[in-house]
Design a protein around this ligand. Structure first.
Ligand code: 1PZ
Length: 208
């Protein structure tokens, strides 16, 4: 209801948005022709979380948000994620910088970066936020980023707050943080797999 929404934190709202989206995908299966509108709506909640990570991630937020916005604007013309890929396959523009398919691939990497960061955050190894974020970035994004971006990103990791400070910034407790991060970890995976399947079906390798 409305009162629940008013009391929602950024983290719980993001978890809820992805539970809704993954619910649609689980209900209809990977063959479902997912619309850009609900997809971009959920993705916009992740922008907010990037913002909470502090100064350096502000650049990541702007970069990620502009790509989500491009996809959002394209929804009137293309309707669904499938149509975007079909268009770019026909035009040989799947991997061209700024193409909607490439932006979708990058947004997918942003969703996965957040998922792996949360996994590391909650890991029994008790990483600092900087270690959690650096390791997630190393695994998910660094292989596909230029040397300059990678160097700036790893330098920027030093400006991350502590775990305790992040929990405070998010208006959460340690317990509620864990709960909502786990919800996002579980709910984002089917969405990520759905996107990867769109590329796999068209025999487009995911090494970029
Ligand atoms: C002490 C020094 C502080 C300086 C802080 C500077 C931090 C810079 C962080 C750089 C993040 C910008 C990431 C930009 C990535 C883009 O190159 C790619 C490819 O875009 P394309 O070529 O297709 O247009 N964009 C993405 O991969 C979108 C996903 C964004 C997720 C990036 C997370 C990076 C987190 C690092 C933050 C420290």
């Amino acid at each position: 209801g409305d009162s629940v929404y008013e009391n929602a934190t950024a983290l719980s709202a993001m978890a809820e948005a992805f539970e809704e989206l993954s619910g649609i995908i689980k209900e209809h299966g990977l063959d479902f022709d997912l619309s850009l509108k609900p997809f971009c709506h959920a993705c916009s909640y992740v922008s907010v979380l990037f913002g909470f990570l502090g100064f350096a991630f502000k650049f990541a937020e702007m970069e990620y948000t502009s790509k989500v916005r491009d996809l959002e604007r394209a929804s009137a013309t293309y309707g669904t994620l499938n149509n975007i890929l079909d268009f770019d396959v026909r035009n040989h523009s799947v991997k061209i910088q700024g193409s909607l398919s490439r932006n979708l691939r990058r947004v997918r990497q942003g969703l996965d970066l957040m998922r792996v960061l949360f996994k590391n955050f909650l890991s029994a190894d008790n990483y600092s936020l900087r270690e959690a974020a650096s390791s997630a970035y190393q695994d998910v994004c660094a292989p596909y980023h230029t040397w300059g971006i990678r160097t700036a990103a790893f330098a920027g990791m030093h400006t991350l707050p502590t775990k305790e400070q992040l929990v405070i910034n998010l208006h959460e407790t340690a317990e509620s943080t864990e709960k909502h991060m786990r919800r996002y970890i579980d709910a984002s995976l089917p969405v990520i797999e759905y996107i990867d399947n769109l590329f796999n079906l068209r025999r487009i390798p995911l090494n970029w």
